[in-house]
Design a protein around this ligand. Structure first.
Ligand code: NAI
Ligand code: MG
Length: 340
């Protein structure tokens, strides 16, 4: 993605449930920055599927492709197979080859967050155990775990580029390769060795490795010791939700899905049907995802303004229910806007 000062279009895809509440809040924050941003809104999700038979319309894919940038909320997925339903975020990840899933964990002000954390999980987003190769063999259900050198090298490079940038900014930057090569010796052996091979080109980045079970424990015990973690799809999915718990939970965790031409930013949480429609969803995960978008389009100062405004709102006591407070989505959003 090239840097530009020309007007940028952002495709907003709120989706289902609380996505309809937090994406408008994040868009309002972006719009208040005085940058040349234009918004187009597009539909996706289970409600859209029930109305039209399509969860991810071609027109939405076209809008996302044209903009190259999207802010996605979440969609509801049926927990059993429903004919014709495909999860919109998975469709986008596959269609646009959004191979790098960045999930940063940075401390927030408040007793709900551990202090002193600034690490980044870089999750491979296209293969591993989520390659979509599930089948029945007689009575047994089998899932194949696919690790290729190509996908390994490009995710390793994405992680090392992040580590290099963080090192230059004086932030924790050591790379930890997280795997389970002691048991999955072929697949994770390939992953570990591929990461090591690319890392050899980045002499300024310190490189370690850690078995995934140990990493899960260390993330709870010594999370401040981590800089950048790079790992396969399923491990990254689980470890990043664990990481979110260190700073207040799913309501505050942002993420980015990066490909060569398209980037999709989304809060880590789902559609939260238990609280949807009540106006109490925490918008911070979506707002911090918008900050990641700003960094991606080379607007680091604007990204920092958004982060500072989120911190100021929290410091002023605007906490939604998931952080132990009583502030509504609207209250928190207004406080962020006032602090921009
Ligand atoms: P979830 O993230 O929607 O909810 C888990 C818990 O966190 C709930 O108690 C919820 O109230 C709370 N929570 C989530 N976001 C919050 C917010 N912004 N503010 C305050 N509290 C929040 O995960 P769950 O319950 O496992 O899944 C619900 C639906 O979301 C399912 O249909 C699932 O398939 C879908 N989902 C979609 C995702 C996506 O589209 N990227 C990601 C994860 C789940
Ligand atoms: Mg998840």
């Amino acid at each position: 993605m090239t840097a530009t000062t020309a007007e940028r279009t952002i495709c907003l895809v709120p989706g289902d449930g609380v996505g309809q509440e937090v994406i408008p809040a994040a868009a309002e924050v972006l719009a208040a920055l005085g940058l040349e941003l234009r918004f187009v809104e597009a539909s996706a999700g289970f409600a859209h599927f029930e109305q039209t038979g399509e969860a991810m319309p071609e027109t939405t894919l076209a809008d996302v492709a044209a903009a190259g940038l999207a802010l996605f909320g979440a969609t509801s997925s049926p927990s059993r197979k429903v004919a014709g339903y495909r999860s919109p975020i998975l469709v986008m990840r596959r269609t646009f080859q959004l191979y790098a899933n960045l999930r940063p964990t940075q401390s927030l002000p408040g007793a709900f967050s551990r202090p002193g954390l600034d690490f980044l999980i870089v999750r491979e987003n296209t293969e591993g155990l989520y390659a979509g190769r599930e089948r029945m063999e007689g009575e047994a259900a089998i899932a194949e775990r696919v690790i290729t050198p190509q996908a390994t090298e490009r995710i390793a490079r994405a992680a090392l580029e992040q580590a290099r940038r963080r090192a230059a900014a004086g932030r924790p930057a050591a790379l930890t390769i997280v795997h389970k090569a002691n048991v999955l010796s072929l697949t994770d052996g390939l992953f570990r060795d591929g990461c090591r091979r690319v890392a050899a080109e980045y002499s300024e980045v310190e490189v370690n490795e850690c078995l995934v079970d140990t990493a899960a424990m260390r993330l709870v015990r010594d999370p401040q010791d981590f800089g950048v973690l790079v790992t396969t799809n399923l491990f990254g999915d689980i470890l990043s939700d664990e990481a979110a718990a260190l700073i207040g939970g799913l309501g505050v965790a942002p993420s980015a899905n990066l490909g060569e031409r398209v980037a999709v930013f989304e809060p880590v949480h789902g559609s939260a049907p238990d609280i949807a429609g009540q106006g109490v969803a925490n918008p911070i995960g979506a707002v911090l995802s918008a900050a990641l978008l700003l960094e991606h389009i080379e607007q680091p100062a604007a990204a920092e303004r958004v982060r500072q405004a989120v911190h100021a709102a929290l410091q002023a006591g605007y906490r939604p229910a998931d952080l132990g407070g009583r502030a509504t989505t609207r209250d928190v959003t207004r406080a962020i806007l006032e602090n921009l």
